[in-house]
Design a protein around this ligand. Structure first.
Ligand SMILES: Nc1ncnc2c1ncn2[C@@H]1O[C@H](COP(=O)(O)OP(=O)(O)OP(=O)(O)O)[C@@H](O)[C@H]1O
Length: 658
């Protein structure tokens, strides 16, 4: 039964929902909790805030944050927060007060008390929705077991000398900068146990390293190498295709060096395609449960997962449960990128000590024996078991120059240095328009800019030139050329709404391209319309984040198909069968993770908000392969974003360090 005070609070939450400050789901959840047992208005307030934070990527809520930090996490103005607080009689003064109140609620399980499967869990100073509490525990336990498991260093029969010989062969040159060769160290560390985490910015050689790690794993498997089952995966189809392509190239090159001793090409040939995590785990329509789980584990000996920063807590828990204990898990990713869209910041939590190292004496001694490298003293320390299996690559091969300098300045949170890099001459690699107008974005879309010409006109001109005669291979080759040309340029937005958001810009770009005669829009599905899938659709085989181009169906005059690149191939779906898509001339930085474009344009909005932070700007910049353009209608928004770090409430880090 809801009390009248609770009813009044729920009515107020409805008003906040209508005004766009809360998701409808958050209020519904609070109402549901209220109907389960005796309720109090503070309990319902805690529930609505917990649910709202979950929607913004937090896996829990710290009770101390209910004194005000939650307001910042939600990006609320102070008066909004005060309004809610003042309307809830009995709002506890501090974290201890909240703990007492929540522990006494029938709907909350205080860990250590009798468990009645209550929907909320109170663990120390954190309040959870039960499934996130369970997932955090599962992830922490699984990665700790893997990191602490049978480590080669403690195994007297381990062939450390063999590892050393192979590592010297695979990494014959000293590192360029004169410091330790972190790539070689990463291989030594990863082969030591059942977990290896390799983090680093773009172009630091994560794929280069993992190709060598694969060779080392094949070599170390001795007679079992022919049966070693290796799987490659990534959170999105695009990232999976990129991983496979980079690994194939790296292995081919390596084969020329070590092929005589190790039939690398043949071994790699058995790896098969890289898959999305959904496909690897066996996602099924209409259920969150996967075909592979603890009771039906994956048949794999080595699993390499790229773009691990995009993996959310629930997915990581599912992956770890489905992975047999004897399999080796290698996670690759950039810890400084945006965390997953869904709740959790798993890679960030796992890599908390990566920068400092924090290596124990045993790790240092093992690395010395296995690789011949003495890790400098400054990286020695007493970090937890995960840190012992984690290596950060620190030198970028591809990402030097002005764009690299810009990414570094942003990552350091140094606003002055960021502005300085943006203002320096850069041979056209970098451009900054401030204050920018929406027309600047439209001009970039139409023709690019000095030093980086093209924009979307490249693929649109190919489109206008028309397809070759026929419907077979020649048509598909033309489609591939178009997709490649389209993928060279992209506009990334920080927000969805308004004239600087995805929706407003997409509409404006379509109009601009049409008035320039580059597009002919007729109805929803016009030739050249780029679309992004916004929901997994098993019936048509397209997944959230897939990007395709709409083009005429060569077999059915008048019909349109959407063509998606699929590794070296293309696949297509009849346009009218696609339900959840949006135009993709402009897309969010979040959705761009795992992709790179020759010329990337990042557009910031006019107003700061709670979600604009350093990681978003860094992720946007690092999507650029050759050219980067920044548009800021208000410079202060850039500086505010750089000064702010995304802090996701999570108990995982604490669980990993004990
Ligand atoms: N030790 C090395 N010696 C020579 N070339 C290297 C070395 N390490 C990396 N490279 C080259 O640098 C480039 C970037 O490496 P790689 O693609 O492996 O980086 P990455 O960290 O996986 O990048 P991304 O984050 O974009 O996926 C590649 O061309 C690679 O061949």
């Amino acid at each position: 039964m809801l009390t009248s005070r609770s009813e009044a609070l729920l009515a107020q939450l409805d008003v906040l929902t209508e005004a766009g400050h809360l998701r409808r789901l958050s209020g519904t959840f609070a109402r549901f909790i209220g109907t389960l047992g005796q309720d109090t208005a503070p309990l319902l307030a805690a529930c609505v805030l917990l649910a709202e934070l979950e929607g913004r990527g937090h896996s829990c809520m710290k009770l101390d944050d209910l004194s005000g930090a939650v307001s910042t996490q939600l990006g609320w103005q102070p008066d909004l927060w005060r309004g809610l607080r003042d309307s809830v009689a009995g709002w506890p003064q501090d974290g201890a007060g909240w703990r007492k109140l929540l522990a006494a609620s029938e709907q909350v399980w205080a860990v250590g008390d009798l468990d009645f499967d209550q929907p909320l869990v109170l663990d120390g100073e954190r309040l959870y929705l039960r499934r996130y509490w369970r997932d955090e525990k599962l992830v922490a336990l699984a990665v700790r077991q893997r990191a602490l498991g049978e480590l080669l260093a403690g195994d007297a029969s381990a062939d450390i000398a063999g590892i050393r010989r192979w590592l010297d062969l695979l990494f014959p040159h000293a590192s360029r900068g004169g410091g330790p060769d972190w790539q070689k160290i990463a291989c030594a560390v990863a082969v030591r146990g059942k977990l290896g985490i390799i983090t680093g910015g773009p172009g630091t050689g994560k794929t280069y390293t993992v190709a060598r790690l694969l060779a080392l794993l094949f070599a170390s498997a001795g007679n079992g190498r022919d049966n070693l089952r290796v799987a490659l995966a990534a959170p999105t189809g695009k990232a999976a295709a990129r991983l496979k392509q980079s690994i194939d190239t790296a292995l081919e090159e390596l084969d020329q060096k070590v092929g005589a001793e190790l039939p690398l090409r043949e071994l790699a040939g058995r790896m098969g395609a890289a898959r999305t995590l959904h496909s690897l785990l066996g996602a099924r329509p209409d259920t969150r449960a996967f075909r592979h789980h603890a009771g039906n584990q994956l048949e794999v000996d080595v699993l390499i997962v790229d773009e691990a920063s995009m993996i959310h807590l629930e997915m990581m828990a599912a992956l770890l449960a489905a992975l047999p204990p004897q399999a080796t898990l290698i996670l690759l990713g950039d810890k400084d990128q945006l965390a997953s869209v869904e709740a959790g910041a798993v890679l960030g939590d796992l890599c908390f000590d990566a920068e400092a190292g924090g290596y124990h004496a045993e790790t240092l001694s093992y690395v010395r024996d296995a690789s011949g490298i003495s890790i400098p003293d400054e990286y020695a320390g007493q970090a937890g078991p995960i840190a012992q299996q984690t290596v950060m690559l620190r030198e970028s091969r591809r990402f030097g120059g002005p764009i690299g300098a810009l990414a570094l300045a942003v990552n350091r949170g140094d606003g002055a240095a960021t502005v300085q890099v943006l203002r320096q001459p850069s041979d056209g690699k970098l451009a900054w328009t401030d204050p920018a107008l929406p027309a600047d974005a439209l001009q970039l879309a139409l023709a690019g800019r000095d030093g980086a010409p093209g924009g979307y006109s490249r693929y649109l001109q190919l489109l206008r030139a028309g397809a070759p005669e026929g419907e077979g291979a020649a048509y598909l080759d033309w489609v591939k050329t178009l997709i490649v040309a389209f993928e060279r340029f992209r506009i990334l937005c920080a927000v969805r709404d308004g004239e600087w958001g995805v929706q407003g810009l997409n509409e404006a770009i379509e109009q601009r391209l049409q008035s320039a005669g580059l597009l002919r829009r007729y109805g929803e599905w016009y030739a050249g319309r780029p679309v992004m899938v916004t929901r997994n659709d098993y019936a048509t085989g397209v997944f959230n984040g897939d990007i395709g181009l709409t083009l005429p169906d060569p077999l059915r005059p008048g019909a349109m198909r959407v063509y998606f690149s699929d590794g070296d191939a293309v696949r297509s779906v009849l346009a009218t069968r696609l339900r959840n898509v949006e135009t993709a001339f402009a897309m969010t930085v979040h959705k761009s993770q795992g992709s790179e474009f020759e010329h990337t344009v990042l557009v910031l909005p006019r107003e700061s908000n709670g979600t604009l932070a350093r990681e978003l700007v860094y992720t946007g910049i690092t999507r650029a392969r050759e050219y980067f353009t920044l548009l800021t209608p208000n410079q202060q928004v850039l500086l505010d974003a750089i000064a702010q770090r995304t802090q996701r409430a999570s108990g995982l880090r604490a669980l990993l360090t004990v």
